[in-house]
Design a protein around this ligand. Sequence first.
Ligand SMILES: NC(=O)c1ccc[n+]([C@@H]2O[C@H](COP(=O)([O-])OP(=O)(O)OC[C@H]3O[C@@H](n4cnc5c(N)ncnc54)[C@H](OP(=O)(O)O)[C@@H]3O)[C@@H](O)[C@H]2O)c1
Length: 296
Amino acid sequence: MADDNRTPVTVIGLGAMGRALAGALLDNGHPTTVWNRSIDKAKRLAVRGATVANTVEEAIAASPVVVVCVLDYAVVREILGPLSGSLAGRTLVNLTNGTPKQARETAEWATGYGADYLDGGIMAVPVMIGRPEALILYSGSPGAFGLHERTLGALGTATYLNADAGHASLYDLALLAAMYGMFGGFYQAAAMVGSEKVPAAEFAPMVVSWLNAMTVALPTVAEAMDTGAGADDDSNLQMQAVSFANILSASREQGISTELLEPMQALLNRAIAAQRGGADTPSLIGMLRTDPVSAG
Ligand SMILES: NC(=O)c1ccc[n+]([C@@H]2O[C@H](COP(=O)([O-])OP(=O)(O)OC[C@H]3O[C@@H](n4cnc5c(N)ncnc54)[C@H](OP(=O)(O)O)[C@@H]3O)[C@@H](O)[C@H]2O)c1
């Protein structure tokens, strides 16, 4: 039977994110038990109705659903490893950031001790938790997701990917890679205009509008990447490589570091050299797939 808002949930880890997760569960009426290494972080949640467990063992025993959200997977294993046996029959929902390999290993470990395992990627900051705009990706046990979808919905929009526990991490990190690319581009742009005393805040709306316009191209590029069909390119790669080199030159002239841009220039150059003028934008992904540095 699917759960409801009376399903008890335990939250292990009360950093900024864990506190937000526990708060959202309390707001939705779930009996919520919390545990954190530094107990003082539990105080405000206790005032809101959370039960503060004195030990991790007590925290696990309190609920059929155990959410863990700590710094990294090493900490997950440090906290839960000695109590592996207590996980039998429970659903462990690991919302800690980590790699697909770590997620799969943790799934194997938890299921080996009789737990159902869901791995999650939180595409939100703590203030968004509990609202629909907080996208939380899950992968792992389909049965556990089906059973606890409603409970997980208290944390944000719960989106199940598939049974491979590593996929939530993979999507999470891929989305973060896209985000850091965008932020890195903005830092460079702001530093460039800032070298002429243009305030970043004044420039930012123009960047937002430009990036919004350019994201429209992504589905077309993506389709060409998938099919290998090549782009119907009216912005050919050689032309782009020349103007990209101008971004580096201008940055240097303005006294701005080029460290964020150089890898992209190297990739453009490599694609052009490899394909003797036939390279297009979608072919860049092929260069990444064969990049010995990335592969290592
Ligand atoms: N904050 C965000 O914007 C955000 C967004 C998406 C995903 N996340 C992910 O959510 C996870 C938690 O992030 P956060 O923002 O809550 O981080 P945080 O505020 O730095 O909290 C870290 C948590 O890990 C615990 N911890 C660290 N080392 C430990 C150890 N050796 N033993 C026991 N507990 C230990 C801390 O306990 P103490 O309180 O005792 O130090 C605390 O509960 C991370 O994986 C992060 O990537 C965060």
